[in-house]
Ligand binder design. Structure first.
Ligand code: SAT
Ligand code: MN
Length: 605
């Protein structure tokens, strides 16, 4: 496709955008180029087309208005971490936790894959902004994709369309270049498949160029490039360079019965209940939670010295299985309003969706694999990483501050993982550096959000292991420096939580979900110097009396077990942490070794 053909409808004079579109169109050779406006008519056209190709099934409008069901190819259900690369100029900048290839080598390889890869398809040009369009420095991107599914999903997940493009043109703005192809060209007359993708997949970040090249997958985190690729991997590099933080964190607002408001950010690995915590419905009387975000927080030190957070996204991309009226009533209300896309769940006979853990199993349904399913079936109806994609504005408990480009000042940061043993329900770090140590050594059992074995304990620093766009050792230093360069008293207090500790029979010790409000209450009271805690080798753990257990159906024994710090279990962690730190060689900040020495000394090893 010539530049003239690619740009014939271009609604912008921004030379950088025009050059980008012309270059990628020349390489990928789509049949047509379409500039997205973000309008309702466009959504209708896209979704109609997706129904036409069989990718989408429209759900029953009287149950879920304007909503669609999709089932992916079974080889394309999650992020592919082994196919994800940070192609920094210098290999050292990618660090020991990422895959690396020299940028030129990767570009040569991918140009081979991209050559003609959009033949028979339309290339959609999606102008988007992560965060607010009227932010002091709006964070723009252009995603070029040959997937209508991705285009429709991007409209839910990010602010996009004509308004964004006009502003980019007006400002002659810099932007992140994001290229995506499903890698499934269509020869003349060749019929499309429901879920085009390719056995070969590459999810590649070029951090210095602020560029993303993705190939072969249509799945969320691999294909909606504003999300993990931009707002975490590329943004973490920008944040390092500019002195802020791009983190895998939810943001919530907590109001006490006395009307005192606190803002909490919390990092958990994918599929560990972040969305549920973000929209938690407290079980303790008088407390109120409002949400600002469920996945990503961009945090900057404000003029007042506090750490201010915004959610750069515009929608929720939540794990469906396990979501129900008990675990997340607010998510249920949000998705029931419609305007949503459901992927890899089950489709019921009345045109609704269902997944494991949802109330009222249907007598019959079609599984995510397209097979007949009944409650007696041995196979799951839904993939464990099946997702709903729904507009954040539909959430009844969205905090009004969501619309404030300055964001909210964070009072507490929680780090959490999924651990059957060792880690108590909650404890407080001694200070920012100790909190950074807790984040840097965060561990969790793996989940279905990424391909690979499930249930294996791995270190997942700040829940950012798959998302740090540079050397993780330098990332830890960056965290330490935020503490050093700012007034510690104004920075958030750091806590560590574990909702997933088990008893000897394998049952969960803590009921979780809405009851987690009791832990949030302790956190808030702790910050105000009111809540009791005992000092342990790992930090400050609530005394059983300090935790509000009024009306909670839990034995004293279970409560003690949930809060226990077992020195032997922690001693067993030490060699694992040591081994983890050794990976980073000289790049690991020395103060983290000192923190480990401190822990060892307190444990008496
Ligand atoms: O990577 S996704 O954004 O698709 C989901 C997740 O892992 O949080
Ligand atoms: Mn996530």
């Amino acid at each position: 496709m010539t530049a003239d053909q690619a740009l014939s409808d271009a609604p912008t004079t921004h030379q950088g955008i025009l050059d980008f579109v012309a270059e990628i169109a020349a390489m990928t050779k789509p049949d047509a180029v379409y500039w997205c406006t973000g309008s309702d008519e466009e959504w209708t056209k896209l979704t109609d087309a997706l129904v036409g190709t069989g990718t989408f099934t429209q759900l029953n409008p009287s149950i879920k208005p304007n909503s669609y069901y999709a089932a992916s190819d079974p080889i394309d259900v999650a992020r592919v971490e082994d196919r994800t690369y940070i192609c920094s100029v210098d290999e050292k900048d990618c660090g020991p936790t990422n895959n690396w290839m020299a940028p030129d080598e990767m570009k040569t390889l991918m140009r081979g894959l991209y050559d003609g890869c959009m033949t028979g398809r339309t290339m959609y040009v999606i102008p988007f902004v992560m965060g607010h369009l009227d932010a002091e420095k709006p964070m723009f991107g252009i995603e070029l994709t040959d997937s209508a599914y991705v285009t429709a999903s991007m409209r839910v997940m990010a602010r996009m369309g004509s308004k964004v493009l006009d502003r980019m043109t007006e400002l002659d703005a810099d932007f992140v270049q994001a290229v995506h192809s499903v890698g499934h060209p269509l020869a003349e007359g060749q019929a499309d498949v429901k879920w085009p993708c390719n056995d070969t997949k590459y999810i590649v970040q070029f951090p210095e160029e602020r560029t993303i090249w993705s190939f072969g997958s249509g799945y969320g985190g691999n294909a909606l490039l504003g999300k993990k690729c931009y707002a975490l991997r590329i943004a973490s590099v920008m944040a390092r360079d500019e002195g802020w933080l791009a983190e895998h964190m939810l943001i919530l607002k907590l109001t006490s019965p006395q009307g005192v408001t606190k803002y909490v950010a919390a990092a958990f690995p994918s599929a560990c209940g972040k969305t549920n915590l973000a929209m938690l419905q407290p079980t303790i009387p008088g407390w109120k939670v409002e949400t600002l975000g469920d996945d990503i927080a961009w945090m900057r030190i404000g003029e007042d010295g506090r750490l201010w957070a915004v959610n750069p996204e515009y929608g929720f991309f939540g794990v469906a299985p396990g979501t129900n009226e008990h675990t997340n009533p607010n998510a249920m209300r949000t998705i029931n309003k419609g305007n949503s896309v459901f992927t890899n769940v089950a489709l019921t006979e009345d045109g609704d969706v269902w997944w494991e853990g949802l109330e009222n199993p249907p007598a019959r349904a079609t599984s995510w694999k397209g097979e007949p399913w009944t409650p007696d079936s041995e196979e799951l109806s839904s993939h464990p990483n099946s997702r709903y994609c729904t507009p954040i504005k539909q959430c009844d408990i969205l905090a009004a501050e969501y619309d404030d480009p300055r964001g909210v000042p964070i009072d507490a940061i929680l780090f959490g993982g999924r651990r059957k043993t060792t880690v108590p329900l909650v404890f407080e770090a001694r200070d920012w550096t100790h909190g950074t140590f807790l984040g840097a050594t965060l561990s969790s059992e793996t989940t279905a959000a990424a391909t690979g074995a499930v249930g294996v304990v791995r270190r997942d620093p700040m829940a950012m292991l798959p998302f740090i766009g540079y050397n993780a050792g330098d990332y830890f230093s960056h965290w330490i420096n935020i503490g050093k360069d700012n007034d510690a008293a104004k920075l958030p207090k750091i806590f560590y939580v574990n909702w997933f500790r088990r008893d000897d029979e394998g049952g969960f010790l803590w009921p979780g979900f809405g009851e987690n409000s009791r832990v949030l209450k302790w956190v808030v009271e702790r910050m105000d110097g009111q809540a009791g805690a005992r000092e342990t080798p790992i930090g400050y753990v609530p005394t059983p009396e300090a935790l509000d257990t009024d009306g909670l159906d839990m034995t004293d024994e279970a409560l003690h077990a949930a809060l226990e710090v077992d020195a032997e279990e922690w001693k067993a962690e030490i060699p694992q942490i040591q081994e983890w730190f050794e990976k980073f060689g000289d790049d690991l900040p020395g103060v983290l070794w000192s923190e480990l020495d401190g822990l060892k000394a307190r444990l008496g090893v």
